[in-house]
Design a protein around this ligand. Sequence first.
Ligand code: TYM
Length: 511
Amino acid sequence: MTKEEEGKEEQEQVVTPWDVSGGADGKIDYQKLVKEFGCSEISEELISRIERCTKTKAHPFLRRGLFFAHRELDEIVTAYEKGEKFYLYTGRGPSSESLHLGHLVPFQFTKWLQDAFKVPLVIQLTDDEKFLWKDLQLEDCRRLARENAKDIVACGFNPETTFIFADASYMCPSFYVNMVKIAKCVTFNQAKGIFGFTGDSNIGQIGFPPVQAAPSFPDCFPHMFGMNKKSLKCLIPCAIDQDPYFRMTRDVSHRIGGYKPALVESRFFPALKGESGKMSASDPTSAIYVTDTAKEIKNKINKHAFSGGGATIEEQREHGANLDVDVPWKWLNFFLEDDEKLKEIGEKYGSGEMLTGEIKQILVDVLTPMVEEHQKRRALVTDEVLDLYFNPKKTPKVFLDLFREYEEKEFGKWEKKVAGDSGDDDDLCKALEEKMKLEGATENEEGCAIGAPKSEDWLRIRKERMQQDAPTEGSKSALKKAAKIKAAAEKKAAEKAAKAAARAAKEAAAA
Ligand code: TYM
């Protein structure tokens, strides 16, 4: 092969957030991607550590190397082992009425992460991104965002710990502040290098990456995580196509005063017609959608699933199937949970003992109940249920508890400083207000998400909590302080009552 031909072959693999196509053989070379992008492969040892610290068996996607790459996932795990929490951030660009099975992959995995680590989750719906890239009206994208959110909720996320937002509706001052700060750190030349923008890209597209980068910082969600950019670390589950956004984010994180987000990245769930094909809404036979009926699933698999099996029964019996290209086999690797059964199918089908029709039938039997279950759960997601996830007014207890861990640590520090400065410790909230001022947060910023609790609400919630909650290590000093205030108030009231009684006795004696 000439140097020129080699170069051409090198160029053929394209993986960006908007385009994914394989190399000369149509396949994605994941090893090459890891090298090119500069991420790391997930080791067996890291998986064992995750199992140990969560006391949960690894999800099949992790055990089977389908989530295969990461950036600083090991650091998130190390911090977690020491008792530090983090939050999860993932998303969807709403460009079609429903999700295909590939889209379920990151959401099912995120649900597992949320349950295993017991951490909060934010989900971004980039209605603005799809408006800028697709031939769609913004109003359509906003509607699709809510439709897609129903499918996301149907994956089983806990409303107490999950916040879903669509960009065109949620954008709030602290989100915008993060975006502007990120945008200033990236030159147009760098953006061209990372995302491949050209002179024909509209300027909305060029300006978009900070929108997807910003939720990597917890202060985009002041109603959940408070105003400090370093209150929590962030872990992002996604397929590897989203890596460019977060490569850029990680490069600028320290310059805007935040932690680098960590990532856990998956391979692509292949298209029905073969790995080199594309799952596309314009070709319904290229994918299975979560809205498909049992009949459609069966027809699509039988007619369109690319087979690595022999062309005839005899050939299959003699040579067995090529599992490297066989779509039913690849799909079973994603969605058949039973490891033993999967192994047995691989052996029998690979050796020719099992025929193509049989493995296709097994796939139909796995996917049909999975999709039907999904549809049943989705039917339960009414507008009211959806509003629970989209509501930035709620400050679910879990967020308060989470934020408290950080706040108590910090609060103690400032509490001392304020008490030392003024000698006046009459008001529990004063130290916190002072702390916020010292951190440069204005009152407006503190309650900046649309409908987020205003300062005074938040301080009241905090005060009540301090008085009601059982003492934890961190809250002891605050509780002591509350008890001191209460005792002082009781003493004052007793003195007042004694004075009033003495006055009454004096008046009675005089009369
Ligand atoms: P979108 O809507 O293209 O895809 C949503 C999520 O699904 C993943 N994905 C796949 N995973 C496995 N196999 C496939 N064939 C497949 N196709 C898509 C994507 O990697 C993504 O995780 N810009 C984003 C939305 C977004 C986002 C985020 C995604 C906003 N913030 C944070 C991940 C993390 C998009 O258009 O995704």
